[in-house]
Design a protein around this ligand. Structure first.
Ligand code: IMP
Length: 518
């Protein structure tokens, strides 16, 4: 808006000045009369003069009056390039539940239209599987948008990165024919996860025994702990070997001291990091500048959320959470962009619910026997972790949990995935309210004890038996499947734009934008 205003105010000002200079002597007699009239009101001429003076003063404040060359250059620094009038904005795909909602597929489909795909939080604890033409691609640290050959992938400052796993992922992709040369950029401010962070993760879990978190043991918590304790090491530190080495030795000593029994082969680690430093340095950039420049140049940016809202360190089922903020806030803090640049916030929600690891799960269905619904969801949905291979716990879709997630993230649209997994169930339930001590709860309880003791009230909908994997339009779905989707939409108050009907890239209905909530 600012450039338009500047142009407009300049025009107004110069026109008023012209009017004042050339027309002041030609005021009509009627106007002269009124000037002579002592009404106490300023004359038209005086009013025009006053407006011109005010506009001049505004122009001066905004820096649009004629200036010397140097001061003009200074002003340009704070003015958006004209191309920014066609800003495309930043869109975000986030996990609405406890992870593994199938975000990767939407990102993969959307990313075909984006110039930049970014990760902003978490690390190699995340896992996305994308199936393209029957070929399975597994992603942990890389945005799955890397499959779009013209997209640049950014690993933002909010991510914690285990370099050996990252390089491995890049090499695997290359061997599968995905050329990523020059298309992967790592933030110089992203923190590093070392092997010893992973050892500490395992040791802490062992120490917790029965109360373990059930982490992925990828060193995520200990790496964020180093970051917050201010003795962490950032990817950009590798650009200066002496500095990196000094910080590494200090961090290794501090970690050994804090964890009796932990062994770190410092020399071997340093030799490894020296050997890969050129390769990593070649990908290291100031991604804050890069992303903001891309935005101002009208490029489309897609943020691929990792983990999920209920695993958020602040909003999730603490302490059974990850150590970052996988909700909408991390887009800003993990990429270095302003909230006014974010447009679409797409919440990915599985048509039922799963979680891996420990912690309360109000709508959980224990798989007791091959006829049980818990067993159906787990086997038909192939609910095994991409990162750990662990079996996921399954349950009905939890609406109060999702309403909480919508509140935090402000989703602009929902991507309802794996609706096909519900095919064949006679009845489908939706958890619609929580009750605690006989009273309805208004929101998600913070205290895990209350959450684990909360009773869930269900609504039952009729199921369907027809195969839906070939449905291309919403209207192609069986009536009961449509009813299920529309009921979820109604309860969440957010449009369900995408409906997942199968594991392949194209097995997804896009209801498009611009339609009404029915
Ligand atoms: P961490 O992130 O490895 O520390 O694990 C903390 C908790 O988050 C554990 O319960 C993990 O199973 C869970 N978790 C972390 N990342 C994901 C994910 O991408 N999907 C599902 N669960 C996850």
């Amino acid at each position: 808006m600012l450039p338009h205003f500047i142009v407009c105010s300049s025009l107004i000002s110069s026109n008023l000045c012209k009017f004042f200079n050339t027309q002041s002597s030609a005021v009509t007699s009627k106007e002269s009369e009124s000037t002579q009239c002592d009404t106490g009101e300023p004359s038209l001429l005086e009013q025009v003069k006053d407006i011109a003076a005010k506009v001049n003063s505004i122009e001066k404040t905004l820096g649009v009056v004629k200036q010397s060359k140097e001061s003009q250059a200074q002003t340009n620094k704070f003015t958006r390039p004209t191309k920014s009038t066609t800003l495309a904005g930043i869109d975000v795909v986030l996990g609405g539940q406890w992870g593994d909602e199938g975000k990767g597929k939407l990102v993969d489909i959307l990313s075909q239209e984006y110039d930049v795909c970014a990760r902003v939080a978490g690390g190699s604890n995340a896992g996305h599987t994308i199936v393209v033409d029957g070929v399975k691609y597994k992603f942990h640290l890389l945005p799955s948008g890397v499959l779009n050959k013209s997209a640049t992938c950014v690993i933002g400052n909010g991510v914690v990165i285990h370099i050996p796993s990252f390089l491995n992922e890049l090499d695997n992709l290359k061997s599968m024919g995905v050329d990523h040369k020059g298309r992967v950029l790592i933030s110089d401010r992203a923190h590093m996860v070392f092997d010893f962070h992973q050892s500490v993760d395992g040791m802490s879990e062992t120490k917790l025994g029965r109360n373990k978190i059930g982490t992925t043991k990828k060193g995520i918590g200990p790496a964020y702990a180093s970051k917050i304790s201010r003795n962490g090491i950032r990817v950009g530190d590798l650009l200066n070997w002496e500095y990196f080495e000094e910080r590494f030795r200090t961090l290794a000593t501090d970690t050994i001291n804090a964890h009796p029994g932990l062994e770190i082969d410092v020399e071997e680690q340093l030799a490894y990091y020296k050997s890969i430093s050129d390769r990593v340095n070649g990908m290291t950039v100031d991604t804050i500048q890069y992303t903001n420049d891309a935005y101002h140049n009208g490029q489309k940016i897609l943020v691929e959320g990792a983990n999920a809202t209920m695993l958020d360190i602040d909003f999730g089922t603490y302490p059974y959470v990850t150590s970052s903020n996988p909700s909408v806030g991390s887009v800003l803090t993990g990429l270095g962009v302003s909230p006014n640049k974010v447009s679409g916030i797409y919440g990915t929600v599985k048509a039922y619910c799963t979680r891996v690891g420990e912690g309360p799960f109000p709508t959980e269905l224990i798989p007791d026997g091959a006829d049980s619904i818990g067993y159906h969801l787990g086997t038909v949905g192939a609910e095994y972790g991409t990162t750990t291979g662990r079996q996921r716990r399954c349950g009905w879709l939890d609406i109060p949990q999702m309403q909480y997630s919508c509140l935090i993230n402000g989703f602009t649209a929902i991507n309802l995935t794996k609706v096909d997994v519900l095919t064949g169930l006679k009845e489908i339930k939706l958890g619609v309210a929580y009750k605690y001590n006989g009273k309805y709860l208004k929101s998600m309880p913070a205290c895990l004890k209350s959450l684990s003791e909360a009773e869930v009230e269900y609504e039952t909908l009729p199921g369907w038996t027809e195969d839906i994997s070939q449905c291309k339009n919403f209207e192609d779905l069986p009536e009961n499947a449509q009813k299920y989707v529309l009921r979820v939409q109604e309860l969440l108050g957010v449009p369900v734009r995408w409906v997942g009907v199968g594991p392949n890239r194209l097995d997804q209905i896009d209801r498009g934008e611009g339609w009404d909530l029915k």
